[in-house]
Write a protein that binds this ligand. Structure first.
Ligand code: BES
Ligand code: MN
Ligand code: ZN
Length: 487
């Protein structure tokens, strides 16, 4: 697909040389868009009682009168925001499924589009175009438009072009994250993730190191290794470096949880829906996707990605409840529940991050079911002691339409991690489980501004739509870009 900005002409929408036109209308706009041909069609529809200007309404028109386009889809948005525009475009695209659209033009009637609208358009189209085929080559391929145009007045063209380019970068990252995460765990192993990182490195000229068990042992990552040791699948510790600014400049570090399958270990999970634990590497996938987006968009910033990756399996050599291990930081951990493994692999990565003297570290993880209970499937959980970092991430999430919600980190929550046999236990009580998990990680992130995103509720969908969402690649990419602009 090729995305472009298309200058609106004095003749209006009637002469737009695309076979398909999506006109996003504003609720309460009463059908007056200022475009003669469109307003004529709208007046007729209203008269017939076929269209209401209520958010979410869509209408497909074949061979609309007075238009060069052979398909016209009307879609009503709640307001002129990028978020409402994205929802309206998605609704319109649903009506175009299976049709032979070759050139799709999209207009936001009566509103000057901004970069955010253009970005939202790319991501909405890309979302609809996504198809998983890796282990299902027979899947019905959707008919994709060759060209997608965002209509804009001359004054809006630069913003729209920038928004499209940004959207394309993020979309590529989202696609990579979804592809990795949707693969079954017998394909997407730690070794596979290492190979993906290497491939990304050669495509974009990034420095990539993939450490094996021996190298991980040498680093003293006793906590990570405790999780990895129950599996026949060898672990990997992946380090990717993108250099977009002077070498001396402190990098941002992203850390992604890469549990390629989480059985719970000896603290075995119940059987129902356990297949979904192949998504327990969505943090890693979103970090890879963000690197992919950043490498394409080339902001002037340094970025390091760290991915500890292994399986969490029960076996005769698996770690047991009550075992005490020594993390890379030297702090000892009593592993009371082997299913709280994400924090055990992340803590060593957070210690490893110190060597980069980072400007900030953000870890991303499908860390707790408790976070899903707290926030559902819309907002990711954001934990940060540093208010500036929290504000930057919240802003990025709003702009990216990839929402997160800040959660508390008060010291009172830390008491739950007390152990009689080690510096800390790896679990506290059930209540506030997402927060105690974050408090655990915080103990390893004292040397730099740190934030944690719990994406357990947003990284993938269950049910008939089962699959990875690619979140929070949008949030993270916007965050990295905002830090580059801030310098
Ligand atoms: N990967 C899970 C968290 C998870 C649960 C992600 C549901 C997505 C959906 C994590 O490793 C885990 O098992 N966490 C435990 C922690 C508990 C043992 C303290 C949980 O949430 O139950
Ligand atoms: Mn677990
Ligand atoms: Zn897990």
């Amino acid at each position: 697909m090729n995305f472009q900005a298309l200058a609106a002409t004095a003749d209006g929408l009637a002469t737009v040389a695309a076979d398909t036109l999506i006109a996003v209308l504003l609720a309460d706009g009463e059908g007056k868009t200022g475009d003669a041909a469109l307003d004529a069609v709208l007046a007729q529809l209203v008269k017939q009682g076929d269209l209401e200007f209520k958010a979410g309404r869509t209408l497909y028109l074949n061979a609309p009168e007075g238009f060069k386009a052979v398909r016209l889809v009307l879609s009503v948005a709640k307001n002129g925001s990028a978020k409402a525009f994205r929802a309206a475009v998605s609704g319109a695209l649903a009506l175009l499924k299976g049709r032979g659209v070759k050139h799709l033009a999209v207009t936001l009637a009566g509103v000057a589009p901004e970069a955010g609208h253009a970005e939202a358009l790319v991501l909405a189209v890309d979302q609809h175009a996504y198809l998983y085929t890796a282990t299902k080559p027979s899947a019905d391929k959707p008919v994709l438009p060759v060209k997608v145009s965002m209509l804009a007045e001359k004054a809006s063209m630069p913003a729209v072009k920038a928004g499209l380019a940004l959207g394309e970068g993020i979309a590529a990252g989202v696609g990579l994250a979804r592809d990795c995460a949707n693969l079954p765990a017998n394909v997407c192993t730690p070794t596979y993730l290492g190979e993906q990182a290497k491939a990304l490195g050669s495509e974009f000229d990034l420095s990539v190191q993939v450490l094996d068990r021996k190298a991980i042992e040498k680093l003293g990552m006793g906590s990570f290794l405790a999780v990895a040791k129950g599996s026949e699948e060898p672990p990997r510790f992946i380090v990717i470096e993108y250099q977009g600014a002077a070498k001396k400049e402190a990098p941002l570090v992203l850390v992604g949880k890469g549990i390629t399958f989480d059985t719970g270990g000896i603290s075995l999970k119940p059987g129902a829906d356990m297949d979904e634990m192949k998504f327990d590497m969505c943090g890693a996938a979103s970090v890879l996707g963000t690197v992919r987006a950043v490498a394409q968009l080339k902001p002037k910033v340094n970025l390091v990605a760290l991915i500890p990756t292994c399986e969490n399996m029960p076996s005769g050599v698996a770690v047991k409840p009550g075992d005490v291990v020594t993390s890379m930081s030297g702090q000892t951990i009593e592993i009371l529940n082997t299913d709280a493994e994400g924090r055990l692999i992340l803590c060593d990565a957070l210690t490893y991050a110190e060597r980069f003297k980072p400007a900030a570290v953000v870890d991303v993880a499908t860390l707790t079911g408790a976070c899903v209970v707290a926030l559902g499937h819309h907002h990711a959980g954001l934990f940060a002691a540093d208010d500036t970092l929290a504000a930057d991430l919240l802003t990025a999430s709003t702009v990216a339409l990839d929402p997160c919600w800040r959660m508390p980190l008060d010291e009172e929550y830390d008491e739950a991690l007390k152990s009689n046999f080690a510096d800390m236990a790896n679990v506290g009580a059930r209540a506030g489980g997402a927060i105690t998990a974050a408090k655990f990680l915080q103990r390893y992130a004292k040397q730099y501004p740190w934030a944690h995103l719990d994406i357990a509720g947003v990284a993938y969908r269950s049910g008939p739509q089962k699959g990875a969402t690619g979140r929070p690649v949008g949030l993270l990419t916007h965050f990295v870009l905002s830090r580059a602009a801030k310098r």
